[in-house]
Design a protein around this ligand. Structure first.
Ligand SMILES: [Zn+2]
Length: 500
């Protein structure tokens, strides 16, 4: 589905491509856990948000969290997924010390959503598409801390601690088809999921808190081949940058093995951030290892057409549609992504651009002077004293020729510090641009009279001094003169008044 193969990848002179699929786990933003009333919060005192249900006590029964079901359906609808009329929960059986029931409630063959398409923009300007296989709902596990682990809580003898606060937190798993070909495409795909889930309120998607975790499946094959090579699964990446690096490292490792005529082993590999390499963790489990069977404690799920229509209506304008609009406004791709990924800035720009009717000029202020002021002061643009309507007014004043860009820049600094209205300042302080040729000619004559030597230099061919003369006229007019007109009148005066 995607256009660009991995540029330059070859094994013993034969062009190859990498084939990448991504499984992405995202914690849902709910008040309570998936099957009990315990709070779903990050960073609480260990084992303080637990109850018999999420601790897997005998006899405790799960009750599904309706909001979690709806959030997941919204996530699917945002990418055009189908919502099957029948869905159920299954038990995925395996032993982990941080999973008290010895099984995880998940979904095996009847996920809540099926299919869908994620369209994304790669930062090099290319576009890509990746089909979704499914999005299903499950519960998160608890968390173990081992002696010598980074949190440093455990000193001395070798032992482990387990925190069940995360056990039972609603988790959605987005499984993609193997449509991705490069590391940058993988990052663009994940960024698109992330910004869409944040916009929908489905998740806060904080990778540093583990609310988005992803595994990458990767194999190589000769370019043009439709058969898949043997794949490995890479885990433990904790940032999008790590995903990109891990993919590059694994492509290089597999290509080197194939070049030596060796076999790729199907296995799970861990990413080592410091070493910049992947290492073998274990051989890959097969689905039958988990003895999936329907959870007898939970009834099947059937979303009514009315509910699906209501959830579809709640999607709002999605980030991809907003990026499309920015691009059609003339915003370059990199800046469109910068806008959409800076909280509050995109909405600020959209409001100001709509009010002024001048998207390009508005964008120049937002990403230029306003972003500079934001960096200098640490105040985000949208939270500053320059309201979107004040900016729109300023843009309109420049566009109408009422003020020049120098005055606009000065005014912006004052609005940033004190707030208020650009139009009021222009009127009360007489800052309107002077575009009267007669008035400008008067100042031009004064400047020429005071700079006899420069005038002589100009007439002797040193035309570069014109800039100095323009600057002098602008200064004398206290920055209010129309700069184009100043230059025009200066040239006319220098070339027609033939007195040396
Ligand atoms: Zn609980």
């Amino acid at each position: 589905m995607t256009e660009a193969p991995h540029a330059g990848l070859a094994v013993n002179g034969t062009p190859y491509e990498s084939v990448i699929g991504i499984e992405c786990h995202v914690e849902l933003r709910t008040q309570t856990k998936m099957f009990c009333g315990c709070r779903n919060v990050f960073g609480a005192e260990p084992n303080s948000n637990v109850c018999p249900t999420c601790l897997g006590m005998p006899g405790a029964l799960p009750v599904p969290n309706r909001l979690a079901l709806e959030l997941l359906v919204k996530a699917g609808l945002a990418f055009g997924a189908d919502i099957p009329a029948f869905s159920k929960f299954d038990r995925k059986n395996y032993f982990y010390p941080d999973m008290p029931k010895d099984y995880q409630i998940s979904q095996y063959d009847t996920p809540l959503t099926q299919g869908g398409l994620v369209e994304f923009w790669v930062r090099d300007g290319t576009r890509g598409r990746c089909r979704l296989t499914r999005i299903h709902l499950e519960e998160d596990t608890g968390k173990s801390s081992h002696a010598g682990s980074r949190d440093g809580r455990i000193a001395g003898s070798k032992h482990s601690l387990v925190d069940f606060n995360r056990a039972g937190v609603p988790l959605m798993e987005c499984v993609s088809e193997p449509d991705i070909r490069t590391g940058p495409q993988a990052v663009a795909y994940l960024e698109t999921l992330k910004r869409t889930f944040v916009a929908l309120g489905v998740s806060d998607v904080k990778m540093e808190e583990g609310s988005l975790r992803c595994d990458v499946n990767l194999s190589l094959r000769p370019l043009g081949s439709s058969a898949y090579g043997t794949k490995t699964e890479i885990k433990n990446m904790n940032s999008f940058r790590s995903v990109e690096r891990a993919i590059e490292s694994e492509i290089a490792r597999q290509a080197a093995l194939l070049a030596r005529g060796e076999r790729i082993v199907q296995e799970t590999r861990g990413w080592d951030e410091a070493a910049g390499t992947t290492h073998s963790m274990r051989s890959k489990e097969e689905a039958h290892d988990y003895r999936y069977f329907p959870d007898p404690d939970l009834s099947p799920i059937a979303f009514a057409g009315d509910d699906i229509a209501r959830l579809r209506g709640e999607l709002g304008i999605l980030p991809n549609a907003r990026i499309e609009r920015f691009i059609s406004d003339g915003v370059p791709l990199v800046q469109a992504l910068q806008l959409i990924d800076t909280p509050g800035l995109a909405a600020y720009y959209e409001t100001a651009a709509t009010l002024s009717g001048k998207p390009q000029a508005t964008l120049n202020f937002v990403l230029g002077d306003l972003s500079r002021l934001a960096n200098e002061t640490g105040i985000p643009v949208h939270a500053s004293r320059v309201t979107a309507s004040a900016l729109a007014e300023l843009v309109a004043l420049v566009d109408a020729g009422t003020i020049n860009s120098k005055t606009a820049k000065d005014l912006l600094g004052r609005l940033w510090a004190d707030g208020g209205s650009a139009r009021t300042l222009v009127e009360s302080e007489g800052l309107a641009q002077v575009s009267d040729p007669g008035a400008i000619d008067t100042v031009v004559a004064e400047v020429l009279a005071a700079n006899g030597k420069t005038v002589a230099d100009y007439r002797a061919g040193k035309t570069k001094v014109l800039g100095f003369l323009v600057g002098s006229v602008m200064k004398q007019s206290r920055g209010k003169a129309n700069p184009q007109l100043v230059e025009e009148r200066l040239r006319a005066a220098l070339e027609t008044t033939g007195v040396s």
